[in-house]
Design a protein around this ligand. Structure first.
Ligand code: IVH
Length: 337
């Protein structure tokens, strides 16, 4: 009896974590949602009967207590910088040329990634457990939004496997998938509640909630795109290896990431993403090119708070000026116009 109980929650936990990994990271679901929910309920019941066996990283503990009045401050041990922008092929060519002045031609390999339109977040894992999540803030210090980040189901509370370092700071973007944003707003309209202006504001506003229950009700997602501070980890030779490791450790990385060589190839990536932009599940406002070699990244360094080894190639804005031809006024259930 006791042996079974001891095995029960941890086996269920492993099954649920595995299902989450298959669904969110590999994009290859292993069980239907109904089965996931059944396993989760089973775990909940076991933990209620035997609280001493419940793990703090259990998926039943994603929603914690409210933050009392405001979020605490988190100083970033490594500043969270921003990216320089390029708005034309010429500006991208200049960027590559500046790198080519230092870096040998065969090393002009780039990790090309979608530029997600959400907000930057830092996740700190200690001994594989998510211990802190912070917003970018001014780049030097941000806000402690751990309780809210824990409600995002694709963010692992525990890293997978055994090869991860003692301290791993993962950086990435929290965003609201477009479809989820649309259905959220449809429901809000039906209930006479406030709608979200756009997916980006939706993501930012959802993380600013003092009550994690509210955040949990918002359809948020996350993609990892970099690491910050690490302890006990040899720096991989390339950025693409970093992304591959993050995936192995259970973090979702965009499937649109490609490693390519040279100017023509990065511009081809830009065009193909631009064509596929409307078909993606999330809003992007451009793509990002990052020099793949981490040794050459260090060599190039930073200028005015942005790396010399990376650039955001922006798409033309989708917002356009337009003329309002007519408006249609309706009286809501509460009398509000
Ligand atoms: S890397 C040192 N990669 O863009 C480089 N940023 O303008 C740090 N962003 O604050 C950022 N997608 O919020 C990087 N694939 C991506 C990104 C990305 C979106 C955002 C991020 C960052 C801002 C910089």
């Amino acid at each position: 009896g006791l042996a079974l109980l001891l095995v029960g929650p941890s086996r269920l936990l492993a099954q649920l974590e595995d299902a989450n990994y298959r669904y969110y990271v590999l994009d290859d679901p292993s069980i239907p949602d109904s089965e996931y929910d059944r396993l989760l309920r089973e775990l909940e019941q076991l933990e209620q009967a035997h609280p001493e066996l419940a793990s703090p990283d259990s998926p039943t503990h994603r929603i914690g207590h409210s933050v009392q009045t405001s979020f605490g401050k988190v100083k970033h041990r490594i500043a969270m910088l921003s990216l320089a922008n390029a708005f034309s092929d010429e500006e991208v060519a200049d960027f590559l040329q500046r790198i080519a002045n230092t870096v040998p031609a065969e090393q002009l390999e780039f990790s090309c990634e979608p530029k997600l339109d959400g907000l930057a977040i830092s996740l700190r894992y200690q001994d594989g457990r998510l211990v802190q999540a912070a917003t970018r803030g001014d780049g030097e210090a941000g806000e402690d939004v751990t309780v809210n980040i824990r409600t995002i189901r694709c963010i692992p509370l525990k890293l997978r496997g055994h090869g991860y370092p003692k301290v791993l700071e993962v950086r990435g973007e929290v965003y609201m998938p477009r479809q989820a944003f649309e259905s959220y707003n449809q429901r809000a309209l039906q209930r006479n509640e406030k709608t979200l202006a756009n997916p980006r504001n939706g993501a930012a506003g959802s993380l600013r909630q003092l009550d994690p229950k509210v955040t949990a009700s918002r359809p948020l997602s996350f993609y990892a795109y970099a690491i910050g501070e690490t302890q006990g980890m040899a720096m991989p030779g390339t950025h693409s290896e970093i992304l591959a490791l993050l995936r192995v450790w259970g973090l979702p990385v965009s499937a649109e990431v490609r490693t390519v060589h040279g100017l023509q190839a990065v511009l081809d990536y830009y065009r193909s993403m631009q064509q596929r932009r409307d078909g993606l599940a999330y809003d992007i406002d451009g793509v990002v090119y990052k020099l793949n070699s981490t040794a050459w990244q260090d060599e190039l360094g930073f200028v005015s708070r942005a790396p010399r080894w990376a650039i955001a190639h922006k798409f033309p804005a989708q917002e356009q000026a337009t003329t309002v031809l007519a408006i249609d006024v309706q009286v809501g259930r509460t009398g509000a116009i």
